[in-house]
Design a protein. Structure first.
Length: 174
């Protein structure tokens, strides 16, 4: 942790504002790590999922539904339920990512203001450290964007699974 000289008080390049930004950064990092931990705990479930809409054609699924071989209808009902639960899990993570993204944008602005003030005050070490936090938080924005995209892709798999299985279980009559 870097502490600043007591001599610089005219700008935000001071010990109090620096430490306030650090506390805010640490809280932000904890939030992000909490969401990523939930995602990482859930990811193997997605990776091990068997999506029937990928394994069988609609015709094959319709045939198996009609024949109800090996209690296929019960299996389909459970598969739909599991896909809906997984989709809900994904949906519960998304708002957290949006909130964290907003917080990161604010944090970038705070560090950049400190960096600018440190530059004006010619406190090069502090300017460089603040710039490091700006860059780090910009990378965090990219990681959040990637995570959102991964969740959206996973959600599409589950959406397609639900739609396909619901369609074969209640086909429209011509």
């Amino acid at each position: 942790m870097i502490t600043l000289s007591w001599l610089t008080q005219a700008s935000q390049c001071n010990e109090q504002d620096w430490n306030k930004a650090l506390v805010s950064q640490q809280a932000l990092d904890r939030k992000y790590n909490s969401v990523v931990l939930k995602y990482n705990r859930w990811l193997p479930s997605f990776q091990q999922s068997i999506f029937l809409h990928l394994e069988f054609s609609n015709q094959e699924l319709s045939y198996l539904w009609a024949k109800n071989t090996n209690h296929f209808r019960d299996k389909i009902d459970r598969q739909v339920e599991a896909a809906l639960e997984s989709r809900q899990e994904i949906n519960s993570l998304s708002p957290n990512l949006d909130e964290i993204t907003d917080d990161v944008v604010e944090q970038i602005a705070a560090w950049d203001k400190i960096r600018q003030d440190c530059e004006v005050d010619r406190l090069i070490t502090n300017e460089v450290a603040a710039q490091h936090y700006v860059q780090s938080d910009k990378q965090l924005i990219q990681e959040l964007t990637n995570l959102k995209q991964q969740l959206a892709t996973m959600r599409r798999y589950y959406d397609r699974e639900v739609l396909t299985l619901q369609h074969i279980s209640s086909p429209t009559q011509p």
